[in-house]
Design a protein around this ligand. Structure first.
Ligand code: ATR
Length: 272
C-alpha cells in the first residue's frame, strides 16, 4: 500500500451514473509501477454538476481529470484550451492541468488505433466502423489519421452519413450493408453485445483474414469476437482500447511511457 502524504498528487475520473469504472485501477497500477506519488479516484458527477466539479478540481489542484460517459462533449466547453484533434472529434476525455489551465484532449482515438496496431498496420486498409456515437467518431478519426479507408455503418444510417461527411470517411450506410464491399479491419462501437450474447452483424459477413476490435469489453469475448475467431479472423479485445487510451492520458500528464502490462493486469483484476 502506498503512503498518501501532503505531496501526493490527485487525479480523478468523472462519470455518471456511478457505475463501474476500471480507470482508477489502471492508473493506480501505473503510478505504482512507475513510482509516481499520485492517486486516481472516481467521482460520480451528474451533468448539472460538471462545471462546478471541473472548477473545483482546479481549485483543489487535481492534476488530471478523465471524463467519461456522459460528459465527453460538455467537457469541451469547460477547458481553457482544447487541442485541434479533440476539437475535430468533438469530444474531450482528458483534462490535464498545465500552468493552472485545463488543457482538453481526446485519447480515445489513439486508444482504438493502438489497440488495432497491436495486430495490424492500418495505412491503406479498408476499414468498417459500426456505430455513429462518440466512440465511432474517435475510431473513424483515428483510422483516417492512419491512412485507412473507412466506411461507417449504423442502425440509423442518417447518423452514419452525417459522421462520415463531417470527418471525411468514404462511405456510410445501414448495418445491413456490411456485405456490400470487402474489408480488412472491423471496429464495433455499438453497444450490441454488452448485455446480450448477440452480434451487430451475421458471422458470415466477417472475412477470415480481417482484424476485429470490439469496444465492448465486458464480456471480454463478445459474440462478435467469438464469431470472428471462429471464422479465422484475428481479434482484439475492447480492453486494449481502454488500456491504450489510459496509457496516453498518463503520458500527457507525466510524459512517461505507460507500463501497459501492469495496466492491463489491473484492468482484468478490476473486472472480477
Ligand atoms: P457512444 O458515445 O458510446 O458511442 P452512443 O452515442 O449512445 O454511444 O452510440 C451508441 C451506438 O450504438 C449508436 O451507433 C447506436 O445506433 P443508433 O445511432 O441507431 O442509435 C448503436 N446501437 C445501440 N443499440 C443498438 C442496437 N440494438 N442495434 C444496433 N445498434 C445499436
Amino acid at each position: 500500500m502506498r503512503t498518501i502524504g501532503p505531496r501526493t498528487a490527485l487525479c480523478a475520473v468523472l462519470l455518471h451514473p456511478a457505475g463501474h469504472t476500471r480507470s482508477p485501477a489502471m492508473h493506480n497500477a501505473a503510478f505504482e509501477a512507475l513510482g509516481i506519488d499520485a492517486v486516481y479516484v472516481a467521482f460520480d458527477v451528474a451533468p448539472s454538476g460538471l462545471a462546478d466539479a471541473v472548477r473545483g478540481a482546479r481549485a483543489l489542484g487535481l492534476r488530471q481529470l478523465a471524463v467519461s460517459i456522459p460528459h465527453k462533449e460538455a467537457a469541451l466547453a469547460l477547458c481553457d484550451e482544447v487541442d485541434a484533434t479533440a476539437r475535430r472529434i468533438g469530444a474531450v476525455n482528458t483534462l490535464t492541468l498545465d500552468g493552472g489551465r485545463w488543457i482538453g484532449s481526446n485519447t480515445d482515438w489513439l486508444g482504438a488505433v493502438r489497440a488495432l496496431e497491436r495486430t495490424t498496420a492500418l495505412a491503406g486498409r479498408d476499414a468498417v466502423v459500426l456505430g455513429a456515437g462518440g466512440a465511432a467518431r474517435a475510431a473513424v478519426f483515428g483510422l483516417l489519421e492512419r491512412g485507412a479507408r473507412v466506411r461507417v455503418l449504423n442502425r440509423t444510417p442518417a447518423r452514419a452519413r452525417e459522421l462520415a461527411a463531417e470527418l471525411g470517411a468514404g462511405g456510410a450506410g445501414p448495418l445491413e450493408a456490411i456485405g456490400d464491399a470487402p474489408f480488412d479491419v472491423l471496429v464495433n462501437t455499438t453497444s450490441v453485445g454488452l448485455r446480450e450474447d448477440v452480434s451487430p452483424i451475421p458471422p458470415g459477413a466477417i472475412p477470415k483474414d480481417a482484424v476485429v476490435l470490439d469496444a465492448v469489453y465486458d464480456p471480454p469475448r463478445t459474440r462478435l469476437l467469438r464469431d470472428a475467431a471462429a471464422r479465422g479472423a484475428r481479434i482484439v479485445e475492447g480492453k486494449w482500447w481502454l488500456v491504450h487510451q489510459a496509457a496516453e492520458q498518463l503520458r500527457l500528464w507525466t510524459t512517461r511511457d505507460a507500463p501497459l502490462d501492469a495496466m492491463a493486469a489491473a484492468f482484468d483484476r478490476a473486472g472480477t
